[in-house]
Design a protein around this ligand. Structure first.
Ligand code: SF4
Length: 803
C-alpha cells in the first residue's frame, strides 16, 4: 500500500501488546458497566408474531439468531423479521448460554432499530447548524479542521472519549484501537474511569492482566456474598451471565445462601437470604474486617493456591488495625455480623465474594476491589469450582497469550495528566480530568475531541462543567447513533449503524463469562448501501489522523492492519501458529475482511482454535457460523497457575501500590461521616444514558426520582411526590422525591444518565421524559487515586425541600 507521510497504522487487535509495550493488553477503553434492570425470566414475544424456532423462512418471515449487545449478559435472541422490519423478538431457547432468557431491553431492540431519531446520514455544522452531508463531505470537513490542529498543536491536542457501547461492539472494540494508535494522543478517556477501572487495576496487580477478573461460579456455588451490586437488575457486570436472577434463585433453591451488602434494599437484596445496609464508601473496611477475622480465628485456607500465592503475611499485618470492632461503626455493620460472615465464607464448601459498581465508584475503589479477591483467596475459594474462577475466552485474551504462568504484569503512571498530574492507567487518563484539560490554556491543551459511542456530558462527573468545556473546543467529531447531549456540540457527527445491521461477537464480555462459551451473530439486516460500517468509519478516521487524507483506501488499510496482527501472532513463541508463514495465514483468512477476518484469526489462534489446520476440528469462525446458538466449552475449570501473568508467576496478594494505599484507608477510619450522602441507582429499563429515547423503556411512572428514607424525609420536611433540592460542591439539582424504607438513613439515591432537557439534542421521546442529570452533583475533583475512577457513590450533599 502506498502511504502518505504520517504515523504508522497500528495493530487493531485489542489483545495485542499495547503501545506502552508492557505486555499488558491494550486497554478496554470503555466501561462494561451497563446499568439495566431485569424483572425475571421472560419468553414473551413482542409484535404479536411468534417466530419460527427453525430459523428458516415462514410466510415471508425470517428468524435470525443474534446475541443482544445491550448489556453484559449476552442473551441469545431470536429476531423475527419481515423484509426490513422487526416483527417479533424472543429469547433464543436454544442459545447455549442464555436458554431463552430475555429482558425488556432486549425487546426494545425493535424500537431502537426503527427509531426515527437514530442518525442515518452524517451531519456537518454549517453556519452554526448541524446539516445533513455526504460521507465524503463529512470526512473532508474533518480533514480540513482536524489537520491544522494536529500540525499546529501536536497529537495531544486531540482527545478521544469512548463510551460504554464501544465495549459491547466487535467493530468498535477492534477498530477504535486502530484510531488510537494512529492518533497517538495521551488524552484518551473512557467510561472505564467512571465505573470499573478499580477492578481492572486490582486484577492487573494481583493476576497480571487487566481482564483477569475472577467471576463467581454462580451455577455451582453454595454461598455468595454480594457487595455494591444489583445483578437482579443489571444482569451482572464484570460477570457475564444471562438470567442472573434465575441463577441466584437457584442457589437458594439448592440450599445455599446469598448475602447482600448494600446501602439500599435492592431487588437483589430483597430476594437474598440476608441483607445488611452499609455506609457508602466503606466496603474496604468491611472486607478488611473479614480478612482480620480469617487470620485471627485461624480460618485462612489457601489449599492448592499455597505454592502460587505471595504476600500472605503482609496482608495479615495490614489487616491488624481493622478488627471488626474497629470498623463496625464506620461501616454501619455490627462486629458480630462481620465475624459471622467471615466464618460462613470460610466454612462454606463452595463460596464466592462478588462486588461491583458500588465498590468501584468510591474513594477506596481499588482497595475494595482488591480485598474482594483477597478474601476469595484466603477463604480457599479462588479458582475452585463454585468459587471465584477465571474464564478461558475462545477469542483469546491476555491471560491465554504469552507464556503460561508468567508475564510482565502491569504498570501504571507512565505519564500523568497535564493539569492535575493524575496518573495514566492502562493508557487512559481519568474521565473526570477531561473538562480541565480542555479549559486550561498552555502546551498540550485539548483543542479537539473525538467521541465514540459516548455521552460524557451526562455520564461523567460535573457534567455541567464538561458541557461548558465542550463549547470551547476548536473542533469536535462524534461517531454515534444519536444527536445527544454530548454530540450536539460536535462539528461533525458520523452515524453508527443499528445493532441489527452489524455482526456481533462479545470480545470483551466473553472474557468474563461464568461458562466458556462462544457465539457469533451475523447481521440481521444488511446495512443501508449509503452507510459506512463503523469499522470503516474508524479506519478512515485513523488514516486521516495518520496524514493519509480523507479518501483513504479502507480495503488496503484493513489488509495492512490485519497483516500486522498476523505477523505479530506468527512471531509470538507461545502462539499456536508461531513460525507459520504470514502470507499463508492471510490467504487462509481470505476472503473475509474487517472485524470478521480479525475475529477468525483470534478464534483460530485461540485456546480452542484449529490453529489453521494444526488442530483439526478446532474452532474457527466458520465453525461458529454453523452453530447460530453458540458453542459451549463447558463450565469454568481451575486455571492457576497458567492464568497468571505476573512477573513473579504468583498471585500477588499484597502488591506494592495497594499496600501503600492502605495508609489512606487507615487514616480515614476515624473520619466523621457526612450527615447525608448520595449514591446512584439502577433501573429496570434504563441503560446509562442512551436508551431513554425508546418509548417502551421510559413509559410509566418517572424513574428519575430521589429515594430517601422515611425518617430523613420527616426530618427534612420532604413529602413523597414532592420535590427536593440537592446540593453538592459541584452543583445543585431539583428532583422528585420518593419516600421509602428501602434505603439506609442518611443516604439518598438518584439514578444517573438522565437530564435530556438540553437544546439541540434530537431525542424526542427522551426529551419528554427528561429527568435530571445526577452527575451534576458528582465532584470531578474526587477520584480513587490508584485507578483514577470517579467517586460517584458517597457524595456529600445537603437536601432540602424545593420551594
Ligand atoms: S439482559 Fe442484557 S443482554 Fe439480555 S436481553 Fe436484556 S439487555 Fe439484552
Amino acid at each position: 500500500m502506498r502511504r502518505r507521510t504520517g504515523r504508522s497504522l497500528p495493530d487493531p487487535c485489542p489483545t495485542a501488546p499495547n503501545r506502552s509495550g508492557d505486555g499488558a493488553p491494550a486497554p478496554v477503553h470503555a466501561s462494561l458497566g451497563s446499568r439495566s434492570l431485569v424483572s425475571g425470566r421472560s419468553r414473551r414475544c413482542i409484535g404479536g408474531v411468534l417466530p419460527s424456532k427453525t430459523g428458516v423462512m415462514e410466510n415471508g418471515a425470517r428468524t435470525s439468531y443474534h446475541v443482544c449487545p445491550l448489556c453484559e449478559a449476552t442473551c441469545g435472541l431470536a429476531i423475527h423479521t419481515r423484509g426490513r422490519e422487526v416483527v417479533g423478538i424472543r429469547g433464543d431457547e436454544a442459545d447455549v448460554f442464555s436458554d431463552g432468557f430475555i429482558c425488556p431491553k432486549g425487546y426494545a431492540l425493535k424500537e431502537l432499530d426503527a427509531d426515527p431519531d437514530r442518525l442515518r446520514v452524517p451531519l456537518v455544522r454549517r453556519g452554526g447548524t448541524l446539516e445533513p452531508a455526504t460521507w465524503d463531505e463529512a470526512f473532508a470537513e474533518i480533514d480540513r479542521r482536524l489537520g491544522p490542529i494536529l500540525r499546529a498543536h501536536g497529537r495531544d491536542a486531540v482527545a478521544v472519549y469512548l463510551g460504554n457501547p464501544s465495549a459491547h461492539s466487535m467493530a468498535l472494540g477492534l477498530y477504535a484501537q486502530v484510531l488510537l494508535r494512529a492518533l497517538g494522543t495521551r488524552n484518551v478517556y473512557s467510561a472505564s474511569t467512571v465505573d470499573q477501572m478499580p477492578k481492572q487495576v486490582s486484577a492487573g496487580l494481583m493476576f497480571g492482566t487487566l481482564l483477569s477478573i475472577p467471576v463467581p461460579d454462580l451455577d455451582r456455588t453454595d454461598y455468595l456474598l454480594i457487595l455494591g451490586a444489583n445483578p437482579f437488575v443489571s444482569n451482572g457486570s464484570l460477570m457475564t451471565a444471562p438470567d442472573v436472577p434465575g441463577r441466584l434463585r437457584a442457589i437458594r433453591r439448592r440450599g445455599g445462601k446469598v448475602v447482600v451488602i448494600d446501602p439500599r434494599r435492592t431487588r437483589t437484596a430483597a430476594e437474598a437470604s440476608e441483607h445488611h445496609f452499609i455506609r457508602p464508601g466503606t466496603d474496604a473496611y468491611l472486607l478488611f474486617g473479614i480478612v482480620h477475622t480469617l487470620f485471627a480465628e485461624g480460618l485462612v485456607r489457601l489449599g492448592p493456591l499455597a505454592p502460587h500465592t505471595a504476600g500472605v503475611e503482609q496482608v495479615e499485618a495490614l489487616a491488624r488495625p481493622f478488627a471488626p470492632e474497629a470498623v463496625a461503626a464506620r461501616c454501619g455493620i455490627a462486629a458480630d455480623v462481620i465475624r459471622r460472615l467471615a466464618r460462613e465464607l470460610a466454612g462454606a464448601g463452595r463460596a464466592a465474594v462478588y462486588a461491583r459498581i458500588g465498590t468501584c465508584t468510591q474513594e477506596f475503589g481499588t482497595l475494595a476491589s482488591w480485598l474482594v479477591d483477597v478474601v476469595n483467596v484466603l477463604a480457599g475459594h479462588l479458582d475452585q469450582a463454585g468459587g471465584a474462577m477465571f474464564t478461558k475466552a475462545a477469542s483469546g485474551s491476555a491471560n491465554t497469550r504469552g507464556t503460561p504462568g508468567r508475564g510482565k504484569g502491569v504498570r501504571f503512571g507512565r505519564r500523568t495528566s497535564r493539569v492535575r498530574q493524575a496518573p495514566e492507567v492502562y493508557g487512559e487518563l481519568p474521565a473526570a480530568c477531561l473538562a480541565e484539560e480542555i479549559e486550561t490554556p498552555g502546551d498540550g491543551q485539548v483543542r479537539a475531541l473525538i467521541t465514540i459511542a459516548g455521552n460524557p456530558a451526562l455520564s461523567t462527573p460535573n457534567g455541567a462543567r464538561l458541557e461548558r468545556a465542550l463549547t470551547a473546543l476548536d473542533f469536535m467529531v462524534s461517531l454515534d447513533i444519536y444527536r445527544n447531549e454530548t454530540t450536539r456540540h460536535a462539528d461533525v457527527i458520523l452515524p453508527g449503524l443499528s445493532p441489527l445491521e452489524q455482526s456481533h461477537y462479545d470480545l470483551a464480555l466473553r472474557q468474563l463469562a461464568i461458562r466458556n462459551v462462544a457465539t457469533y451473530s451475523a447481521p440481521v439486516f444488511d446495512p443501508p448501501a449509503d452507510q459506512l460500517p463503523e469499522w470503516e468509519t474508524l479506519l478512515r478516521l485513523a488514516a486521516l489522523v495518520a496524514g493519509q487524507g480523507s479518501a483513504a483506501d479502507t480495503a488496503a488499510l484493513d489488509d495492512f492492519v490485519t497483516r500486522q496482527r498476523v505477523e505479530h501472532e506468527v512471531a509470538s513463541p507461545a502462539s499456536p501458529i508461531h513460525g507459520r508463514d504470514a502470507a499463508e495465514i492471510m490467504a487462509a483468512l481470505a476472503p473475509r475482511r474487517g472485524p470478521e477476518r480479525l475475529l477468525d484469526l483470534m478464534l483460530r489462534a485461540g485456546p480452542y482454535g484449529d490453529a489453521f489446520g494444526a488442530n483439526p476440528g478446532g474452532l474457527s469462525l466458520a465453525a461458529l457460523e454453523a452453530k447460530p446458538h453458540g458453542i459451549d466449552f463447558g463450565p469454568l475449570a481451575p486455571r492457576i497457575p497458567e492464568v497468571l501473568r505476573t512477573p513473579s508467576g504468583k498471585i500477588e496478594l499484597a502488591p506494592e501500590p495497594l499496600v501503600a494505599d492502605v495508609a489512606r484507608l487507615r487514616a480515614a477510619l476515624e473520619r466523621p461521616g457526612s450527615s447525608m450522602v448520595l449514591i446512584g441507582r439502577r433501573d429496570l429499563r434504563s441503560n446509562n444514558s442512551w436508551m431513554h429515547n425508546l418509548g417502551v423503556l421510559v413509559k410509566g411512572n418517572p424513574r428519575c426520582t430521589m429515594h430517601v428514607h422515611r425518617a430523613d424525609a420527616e426530618r427534612l420536611g420532604l413529602a413523597d411526590g414532592g420535590r427536593a433540592r440537592v446540593v453538592s460542591r459541584a452543583g445543585a439539582i431539583e428532583v422528585p422525591v420518593e419516600v421509602t424504607e428501602a434505603i439506609m438513613p442518611g443516604v439518598v439515591s438518584i439514578p444517573h444518565g438522565w437530564g435530556h432537557d438540553q437544546p439541540d439534542a434530537r431525542l424526542r421521546i427522551a426529551t419528554a421524559h427528561a429527568g435530571v442529570n445526577s452527575n451534576r452533583l458528582a465532584d470531578e475533583r474526587a477520584l480513587d487515586p490508584l485507578s483514577g475512577n470517579a467517586v460517584l457513590n458517597g457524595i456529600p450533599v445537603t437536601v432540602e425541600r424545593a420551594s
